[in-house]
Design a binder for this molecule. Structure first.
Ligand code: HEC
Ligand code: HEC
Length: 502
């Protein structure tokens, strides 16, 4: 647990070395160090949480606007999303007929919109998985037109942060009304006012009031293309990669640690909401979930309010609002026919199979205004600048997996799957597993060429802003970000072209 202090030390040193311009953030850094140092001294997750609470929890976030870098003037431009989408959203190569059937059945269920009599709600963020995960094809990220706009009705207003041209969002509250840490997702909508839910009158949370309290943080959907390959990367591979290029990482102030999901991670006197097996989490913006099956069960209940075999109890048990039997989604014991074994699986297993069997994104040179030579040069600069020290181009799967399509594959995900301290500017003040309020999983960049919204909360809609946001007081990416913006415009352009080829 010592490495945090070291990382902060290195970052401050770099700030100091860069002279003048950053003295303000260097001071902010020094202040910010107190908090992580105290957190490092805490020896387990429960103590960490208490320490965070005692130090004022989310103080970091309040300084965020002051500390984030504005992209310096440059002629380099984000070429924008690639428009050819024909190659995204298909299955992995090498599936047999039964596996193809599982992919298709899972995809149909993933796309299906649900209603209250099927278990939707009482609270939810959208009525289908596919609505949030749809750019540039089913399995992707937030589309251009926010599908959540259609969820407003007589009893549900659109929260201020849901707009037609903004990303699909989920909202977390940082604290409870009594000041203790919350961190959970609060459903944007209720089934009140919907056909089939006439007896339900629960109200939406008062988002306007929570926004005024500066208590709301957002997450946008992460894509699930190639997710089965990510799931098949051994923990040992992640740790081996963490140890690579140690000197280069140290010189640039880059640390990183896995989100190890520990057993006995409970606070006394509170329900133990999660217990795991000590292995490395890899899904979600804070690498908070271990597997696609766990994520499916959680998303079905949290995003859609549909209880299932992994998450069997309702989040809201108000009278008249739970309209389907519990758990809402179950195995179909009466399934018959050639594919009964697959057709009879419960929805979360079908979602899991679909996501496991989804092909990874395919890179393409069809980037507006870019030559193959520029993209190629951008790829080299991506490594030379230090981006690849976090955004690891390739990790490998287990040599032997139960589905041969996943065995011994090179996964070109552009992530180390580790957590990094990304500074006050990106902090959300929320703890998940071992991940603290400033820590984020290195976003996998495969498929980036077709994404519309960037960073965990979708605050950036172009690559230059997304890169600039890597820099704020305390961020492990400060030195690398500075190197990027110090490159000649033409080289910055090569890198942006490369990023849009992914
Ligand atoms: C309201 C929008 C929304 C809906 C509906 C939704 N998701 Fe998501 N999804 C998200 C967000 C936001 C995240 C990032 C969550 C986080 O990091 O806390 C995410 C992340 C994921 C991930 C993690 C991928 C990775 O590599 O990080 C998986 C898997 C996933 N969703 C599956 C599903 C499934 C299955 C469903 C349907 C049961 C679903 N989602 C429905 C918004 C949504
Ligand atoms: C210290 C590790 C680190 C370094 C160095 C780093 N990144 Fe990142 N990058 C991250 C993390 C962590 C995120 C996710 C942050 C968030 O979601 O708030 C991210 C997100 C991104 C995103 C947004 C992706 C998305 O879909 O939201 C882009 C683009 C990106 N990085 C490009 C770069 C480039 C280009 C460089 C080099 C100039 C770079 N990164 C250097 C850790 C790093």
């Amino acid at each position: 647990m010592k490495h945090h202090a070291m990382v902060f030390g290195a970052a401050s040193l770099l700030l100091a070395c860069n002279g003048g311009t950053d003295s303000e953030s260097a001071a902010a850094d020094a202040a910010a160090q107190q908090r992580p140092a105290a957190i490092d001294a805490a020896s387990n997750a429960a103590q960490v949480r208490e320490t965070v609470a005692a130090l004022g929890g989310n103080r970091d976030r309040e300084t965020s606007n002051a500390t984030t870098l504005t992209p310096p003037a440059s002629r380099a431009r984000d070429p924008g999303p690639r428009t050819t989408t024909g190659d995204a959203g298909g299955p992995l190569d090498g599936l047999d007929a039964k596996q193809m059937h599982a992919f298709n059945v899972g995809k149909a269920d993933f796309e299906e919109a649900e209603e209250p009599d099927e278990g939707l709600g009482p609270t939810f963020n959208l009525d289908s998985c596919g609505g949030c995960h749809s750019q540039p094809a089913i399995g992707g990220t937030s589309p251009k037109v926010n599908p959540q706009m259609a969820m407003a009705n007589s009893a549900n207003k659109l929260p201020l942060f849901i707009t037609a041209d903004g990303p699909a969002r989920e909202a977390r509250f940082v604290r409870n009304p009594d000041g203790s840490p919350d961190g959970g997702v609060h459903g944007l909508f209720t089934v009140s006012g919907r056909v089939g839910a006439e007896g339900c009158n629960i109200l939406q949370p008062d988002f306007a009031a929570e926004l005024r309290r500066n208590n709301v943080v957002f997450r946008i959907p992460t894509p699930v293309f190639g997710a089965g390959l990510i799931e098949s990367i051994p923990d040992a591979e992640i740790l081996k990669n963490q140890a690579r290029q140690a000197a280069a990482k140290q010189a640039l102030g880059i640390g990183g640690r896995p989100n190890v999901l520990l057993t006995g991670n409970s606070i006394s006197g509170q329900p133990n909401r999660n217990g795991n097996d000590g292995t490395i989490g890899r899904f979600g913006h804070k690498a908070q979930n271990k597997s696609l099956l766990i994520f499916s069960g959680e998303a079905y209940n949290v995003e859609m309010g549909i209880t299932n075999l992994a998450f069997p109890t309702e989040r809201d048990e108000s009278e008249g609002c739970d309209l389907a039997a519990s758990p809402n989604s179950e195995a179909d014991f009466s399934a018959s026919g050639e594919h009964a074994a697959i057709d009879g699986l419960s929805s979360i297993e079908k979602f899991t199979l679909f996501m496991r069997l989804l092909a990874p994104p395919k890179p393409s040179n069809q980037v507006a205004g870019a030559t193959p030579a520029s993209i190629d040069n951008g790829s080299k600069l991506f490594a030379d600048t230090g981006c690849a020290l976090c955004h690891t181009p390739t990790l490998n799967t287990y040599a032997k997996t139960s589905l041969p399509a996943m065995s011994g594959k090179a996964v070109n995900l552009y992530s180390d799957l580790l957590l990094h301290n990304m500074g006050a500017g990106l902090a959300d003040g929320i703890q998940q597993g071992q991940a603290g309020g400033r820590e984020w999983r290195t976003a996998p960049l495969w498929g980036l060429g077709q994404r519309l919204f960037f960073l965990h909360d979708g605050r950036a809609d172009n690559l230059r802003s997304a890169i600039a946001a890597h820099s704020s007081s305390g961020s492990e990416a400060n030195a690398v970000t500075r190197r990027f913006f110090a490159l000649p415009d033409s080289q910055q352009q090569d890198m942006l072209n490369f990023l849009r080829s992914l």
